[in-house]
Design a binder for this molecule. Structure first.
Ligand code: FES
Ligand code: FE2
Length: 458
C-alpha cells in the first residue's frame, strides 16, 4: 500500500456496479495494532490514556487497549494497577479479583499480586513452593499515571519508558480541563484522519448536516498543511464578512490531537490567539474499536463555560450527541456516522484521495516510515524530546482578524494571512507562556494593520 494520490483507470461504465464488487485491501501496516504487529509495537512506545479516573471505583475494571484485555484496579492504599486480565495460576480473570491493602487477590485460589505484577502470596501451598512461585512467576503489569482525571498507561518495554509528555495546553492560566471519552466502533486510523482533514468541517459539520457549531464553519477555507516531522498542522483560513478566521487542527504522532474552539469562534468576532477546545488522544482498543480520551477545555481562550456539561463535551467532540436514534443520525450525521460507516476497517485500496487530503497522505506516510524504522531498530522520536525544561508547544486554535477584502484576489490574501498567523506562533515557540502570548498577539495586531500583507498578495 502506498501513500501517493492515485486513481484507477476508469472501468466502471454507467451502472457498472458489477465491476466494483471486488474487496479492497485495508492498510494493514497501519490498522493492525495488536501485540507483535509493527504498528502495535510502535504505539507501545508512547503513553496513552486508558480510562477516565471517574470510571475506576472500588471494584476492578476490564479495559481493552492496543488489542490486549487488561484489568485496571485501585488497591486499598489508593495505588492504581493495570495488569493482564488472566491470573498466571489457572487463568481466571482478575476483573473478579479483590483489591487489598497491597495489590489484588485472585478470586479463585487467592494468589495475591502487587501493582507491578509481583506475586506476593500463594496461599495453601508449602512454604517452599510459595517462595519458588514468588521468585519465578509474575503477572503482566504496566506503569500508570493518574493525571487530571485521565489514567494513562505505558505498554512498551520497561527499559524504554519515555518521560510523560507535558504539552503547553495542560496548564494554561484560566482554563479548566474536563475529562470525557468518545467511543468509535471502527479502526483508529479512520478516526485519526479527520483531524488533518479541515475540509470536512465545512460539509459534515455544516452544509451536509446542520450548522453544528456556527455559520462560519460552512465556509470553505484556504487550506495549508504543515509537516513538522512528528506533528502535522492543517490550517483553514476563511473569510467571514470583513474578518479572516484562521483555524488550526493539529496531530502530534502517533495520536495526540487538538483543534480550535467549537463554539467560541465563528469568525464574526475578533479573536487573538485562541487555543484548543479539546486535548485528545485517539486510542485503539482493538483493530475494530477506538476510544478518544480527552479533556474538553473551558475558558477565555477555549470554549465557554456554559458548555461544561456532559452533553456539552459531546457537542464539542463531534457537533452532535453520541446516543441518538437512527433517524436523527441520518438527518444530522456527525463524525461517528462518517467514520464508522466506512466499515470497521475501511478498504483503503478503494479510496480516491484528492488535494484536500494532503494532510492525510502526509501523516500516514510519516507514520508508516516510523513504524518501519522501529522494525529496523530505530526508536521513534518523542514529542517531549528537546522540551524537558518547558511544556511542549502546540498550535491547535483560532485567530480571527479584522481584515476586509482588498478587492483583489481574496484567496491569495487569505493564504497570506493564514501563513503570517502561523509564522507569528512558530517564532514565539519556546518562550514562557506569558511572553509567548504577548509576542503572538503583538504580531497578530501587526498583521491586522499591515497593508503590506494586503498589497503583496492581494
Ligand atoms: S486461577 Fe488465580 S489463583 Fe488460581
Ligand atoms: Fe469532525
Amino acid at each position: 500500500m502506498t501513500d501517493s494520490i492515485r486513481y484507477r483507470p476508469k472501468q466502471d461504465l454507467a451502472h457498472g456496479g458489477y465491476h466494483q464488487t471486488w474487496i479492497g485491501k485495508s492498510d494493514a501496516e497501519l490498522t493492525e495494532i495488536g501485540p507483535n504487529t509493527p504498528c502495535g509495537e510502535y504505539l507501545r512506545r508512547f503513553w496513552h490514556p486508558v480510562a477516565l479516573a471517574s470510571e475506576l471505583g472500588a471494584r476492578p475494571r476490564l479495559v481493552q487497549v492496543l488489542g490486549e484485555d487488561l484489568v485496571l484496579f485501585r488497591d486499598k492504599s489508593d495505588r492504581i494497577g493495570l495488569v493482564h486480565r488472566r491470573c498466571p495460576h489457572r487463568r481466571s480473570s482478575l476483573e473478579y479479583g479483590v483489591p487489598e491493602e497491597r495489590g489484588i487477590r485472585c478470586c479463585y485460589h487467592g494468589w495475591l499480586f502487587d501493582i507491578d505484577g509481583a506475586v506476593l502470596e500463594v496461599p495453601g501451598q508449602p512454604k517452599k513452593v510459595e517462595e519458588r512461585v514468588c521468585q519465578t512467576v509474575t503477572l503482566g503489569a504496566y506503569p500508570v499515571k493518574d493525571y487530571k482525571g485521565l489514567i494513562f498507561a505505558y505498554l512498551g518495554p520497561p527499559e524504554l519508558k519515555p518521560a510523560f509528555p507535558v504539552y503547553d495546553t495542560f496548564d494554561l492560566p484560566g482554563q479548566e480541563l474536563v475529562p470525557y471519552k468518545a467511543p468509535f466502533h471502527c479502526n483508529w486510523l479512520q478516526v485519526l484522519d479527520a483531524i488533518v482533514d479541515p475540509l470536512h468541517t465545512a460539509f459534515l459539520h455544516s452544509r451536509t448536516s446542520r450548522e453544528q457549531f456556527s455559520k462560519g464553519f460552512g465556509e470553505i477555507g484556504e487550506m495549508k498543511f504543515y509537516d513538522r516531522t512528528t506533528s502535522f498542522l492543517g490550517t483553514s483560513t476563511r473569510r467571514v464578512g470583513e474578518n479572516v478566521w484562521v483555524r488550526t487542527n493539529e496531530l502530534v504522532l502517533p495520536n495526540f490531537t487538538q483543534a480550535g474552539a467549537a463554539f467560541a469562534a465563528d469568525g464574526s468576532e475578533r479573536r487573538y490567539y485562541g487555543r484548543t477546545a479539546f486535548v485528545r488522544w485517539v486510542v485503539p482498543l482493538s483493530d475494530e474499536e477506538t476510544t478518544c480520551f480527552a479533556w474538553a477545555v473551558f475558558g477565555d481562550r477555549a470554549d465557554p463555560p456554559e458548555y461544561n456539561t456532559p452533553e456539552g463535551c459531546e457537542l464539542i467532540e463531534q457537533g452532535e450527541l453520541f446516543d441518538r436514534s437512527d433517524e436523527e443520525k441520518k438527518l444530522f450525521p456527525a463524525d461517528a456516522e462518517a467514520t464508522e460507516s466506512m466499515g470497521t476497517v475501511t478498504e483503503h485500496e478503494k479510496e480516491h484521495l484528492v488535494p484536500s487530503d494532503r494532510g492525510i497522505v502526509g501523516y500516514r506516510k510519516r507514520l508508516r516510515s516510523l513504524v518501519r524504522a522501529l522494525q529496523d531498530g530505530t526508536e521513534p522520536v518523542q514529542a517531549a524530546d528537546g522540551w524537558h525544561d518547558s511544556p511542549i508547544p502546540t498550535y491547535g486554535g483560532d485567530t480571527v482578524l479584522h481584515k476586509p477584502s482588498n478587492g483583489s484576489d481574496d484567496g491569495a490574501l487569505l493564504r497570506a494571512v493564514g501563513e503570517a498567523v502561523m509564522e507569528a506562533q512558530f517564532e514565539a515557540e519556546g518562550l514562557p507562556e506569558d511572553e509567548r502570548v504577548e509576542s503572538v498577539v503583538r504580531r497578530l495586531k501587526q498583521i491586522e494593520s499591515d497593508e503590506r500583507v494586503d498589497q503583496e498578495f492581494g
